[in-house]
Design a protein around this ligand. Sequence first.
Ligand SMILES: Cc1cc2nc3c(=O)[nH]c(=O)nc-3n(C[C@H](O)[C@H](O)[C@H](O)COP(=O)(O)OP(=O)(O)OC[C@H]3O[C@@H](n4cnc5c(N)ncnc54)[C@H](O)[C@@H]3O)c2cc1C
Length: 440
Amino acid sequence: MNNSNFIDSLEILAESDVIVAGGGPAGLGAALAAARNGAKVVLLEQTGALGGMASIGLVPMLAYTTDGVNITAAGICMEIAGEVVARMGVKKFDNYWQSINPEIFKKVCDEKVTAAGIKVYFSQKIAAVGRNGDRISSLAAAGPRGLKRITGKVFVDATGDGTVSAFAGAPFECGDANGKTMSPSLCVQYAGVDWDEYSDSAKAGRNYQNIWHELMDAGKAPLPERHFVGIFKTGPSVGTGNLGHIYGANGINEADVTRGYIEGREIAGIIHRFFREHVPGFRNSELVNTASLLSVRETRRITGDYCLNFEDYRRRAVFPDEIGRYSYPVDIHSSSTDADEQRKVEERMKETGYKAGENYGIPYRALLPRGINNLLVAGRSICCDREVQSSLRVMPGCFITGQAAGTAAALSLSCQGITREVKADQLRAAMRDKLGAYLP
Ligand SMILES: Cc1cc2nc3c(=O)[nH]c(=O)nc-3n(C[C@H](O)[C@H](O)[C@H](O)COP(=O)(O)OP(=O)(O)OC[C@H]3O[C@@H](n4cnc5c(N)ncnc54)[C@H](O)[C@@H]3O)c2cc1C
């Protein structure tokens, strides 16, 4: 919604150089990078914690921070994840699949933004965007005292849904040619898991996936869920799980989002009964939490100055303006209960996987929403096709585009917040020097 006169009439809540909308991996990367490059930063978050899917969404695993040779997620991702994992007492960081404890994640984020002098506002949901020509002038956010105005010189859209960009009028795509998106999930947490007992069983070949698939093959599984992801150890007797899908739901459709929470909690109970009844180590476990933020994989992809595409992925593209490189495979979860479609997800991941040391470039232009000059988009809604989105959407990928957007936002302050005037060389140098980003 673009309603500048109305927004201008609202009382001001905050004013800053850089306004970051959304406090997930992309928003954290952006806010910290902008602050470390000398900008005054305000970070707006609709919930009461930072981390997005990693904390409030209970997504349990940090996917590839490496390509097998290079630490592609070097910089803010590794800094935060390293700290989280150290506090979890994990001795060896797993560069491919590292489980993360959501409570520790929240706490580390609080400390990082406080130390960086970032002004955070929780319980502020961006509801409208004001435009003045080709610039965003302000945002309207709904909070405890109603709608307030937030003004800034440059804005970073890290809402995951491309909300700021779309409300500002940027064009976007969503899902496949028929508008179908990857199905969301509602992640869960179990307490009272006997991980030693489970680990012995898994080593002997009986892990929860095998057990579930046996039931499926016998026609006895309680849900049509061929793509059974998993639950991971996030505390001595705690497991955080990415289990089940809310098939056919779209994360920006109001009715679907509501169905997502209600059906998600129903699914959580059904799958937990399966664990208690069938999986060693889970007999006395309890389902103690379902995520309070629907676990959404895919919504808007904002149209920008360059659309990073599968051909770029395939040729391990190099760009003169690249702000990072990444390597996670194509991972498009099914939008339907069709077993064949679900089976293909993991096959496609295997087919598209790179060899160790291979990676593809991400151009700065993919962060620049078309038609708006003081806005950057970061995280899972940058400009790319569905295949690349399914690779870059994982948390390290979102941290990478986030830290680039924040650095560019800070640099743009010397050119009136015009993000297109930021020079790629200068951006890359700042990312290397101030953040230690991987930019070969
Ligand atoms: C079920 C599931 C499993 C996944 N598994 C993995 C995995 O194993 N490994 C991995 O690395 N990644 C995984 N991912 C992907 C990853 O978690 C997300 O794609 C990633 O967190 C996206 O980061 P982001 O910062 O773009 O958005 P998000 O993490 O979604 O953060 C967006 C933030 O913006 C806030 N926000 C949104 N709208 C507004 C608004 N209007 N106003 C104010 N604030 C707003 C939200 O509250 C949130 O805090 C998974 C995702 C899902 C859903």
